[in-house]
Design a protein around this ligand. Structure first.
Ligand SMILES: Cc1cc2nc3c(=O)[nH]c(=O)nc-3n(C[C@H](O)[C@H](O)[C@H](O)COP(=O)(O)OP(=O)(O)OC[C@H]3O[C@@H](n4cnc5c(N)ncnc54)[C@H](O)[C@@H]3O)c2cc1C
Length: 300
């Protein structure tokens, strides 16, 4: 079954990169994840669309991923096709004050391209390790900026695999119309303002220094584990609940930033889930606040 599906994909998309039996841990910043049946890496919107059609006809719902920096994937075998929009799908072009980017480009590459063109407005995104597709889907943000401030249009495949464009992706905190759906973001346009390249680069440098000083970038993680609850900060609540440094198996609440669960080495999917449960229960008991995961949990 799998091999005939892979053959069909190869015959319909001769250039498609296919990685059979690919360990997800290699592609997820948590360094956790079992072996997926296959990872498919299209290198153009047309190829992505054809891959989606072939999978749809075979009754397959692929796991869609960008740079894997917000995913916690089961470490059991993952009997799914993984559609990864990455390196081969990352062309960025500049027209006036508008940057056009395919969804596999990294946010750091996008911010650097903006700086090179003397355009300001994406400095906040430079240190976020995700892709443009993941960033748009999650409305990623940092240091007072969010994707919604710069995105002016998004080209995507809807759930019927029709090519669409929207100027209103219904952005809200860590959410867009793409969150939790099977729609595929193919590219986005970002409207920016003219600025001074040196000043833009200096701002990016300062934000990166701030990030390095406050976040456990030296250990695998998926960034902030929980969303910011109304009227507070997850990290502050977890810290006040005395959970900093608490460890289950190889998973621990970071000593440097209580909002991050980190993989101290050999953490399993269950270690992280049990630690997340403990955090949620403790914070609920102490403060009556229920924390909602920001990390996307892929159980199968
Ligand atoms: C050290 C560290 C620091 C971080 N700091 C921040 C931060 O400051 N701010 C912040 O917001 N986040 C932060 N994150 C989290 C993460 O980088 C962002 O959420 C990012 O937007 C995820 O992008 P990704 O490409 O890695 O997505 P993935 O992790 O691959 O996927 C995340 C979700 O997006 C969906 N998705 C991915 N690509 C597409 C696409 N093309 N079309 C539709 N849906 C898609 C996936 O299906 C999944 O549901 C951090 C993570 C780490 C590890």
């Amino acid at each position: 079954m799998r091999s005939s599906l892979l053959q069909e994909l190869k015959s319909r998309c001769p250039e498609l990169v296919i990685l059979p039996e690919e360990p997800m841990a290699k592609h997820c910043s948590f360094r956790i994840g079992g072996i997926a049946d296959a990872m498919l890496l299209p290198s153009s919107p047309e190829e992505a669309e054809t891959v989606c059609r072939v999978l749809r006809q075979a009754g397959e719902a692929p796991l869609l991923m960008g740079n894997g920096t917000n995913l916690l994937v089961t470490d059991a075998p993952l009997h799914r096709m993984v559609l990864r929009l990455g390196e081969g799908f990352s062309r960025i072009s500049v027209r006036g004050n508008t940057l056009h980017s395919e969804s596999g480009a990294l946010l750091s590459q996008l911010a650097t391209a903006a700086a090179r063109a003397g355009l300001t407005g994406l400095e906040f995104a430079h240190g976020i390790p995700g892709s443009v597709g993941g960033g748009v889907s999650m409305n990623a943000g940092a240091y007072g900026g969010e994707m919604k401030d710069a995105v002016v249009s998004v080209v995507y495949l809807d759930e019927e695999l029709c090519l669409r464009e929207t100027e209103d992706p219904d952005f809200s905190y860590r959410h867009s119309m793409f969150s939790g759906t099977e729609q595929v973001v193919l590219s986005a346009d970002f409207r920016l303002s003219e600025g001074d390249e040196t000043a833009i680069r200096e701002k990016m440098r300062q934000l990166m220094a701030k990030r390095k000083a406050s976040q456990p970038l030296e250990l695998p993680s998926a960034g902030s584990t929980f969303k910011r609850p109304v009227g507070g900060y997850a990290a502050a609540l977890i810290d006040q609940a005395g959970l900093k440094g608490v460890q289950i198996g190889g998973a621990a609440v970071s000593e440097k930033h209580a909002g991050f669960v980190v993989n101290r080495g050999g953490a399993s999917f269950d270690d992280v889930l049990r630690l997340m449960d403990l955090i949620q229960e403790t914070v609920l008991q102490r403060f009556g606040i229920s924390l909602e995961p920001e990390v996307k949990i892929i159980r199968s």
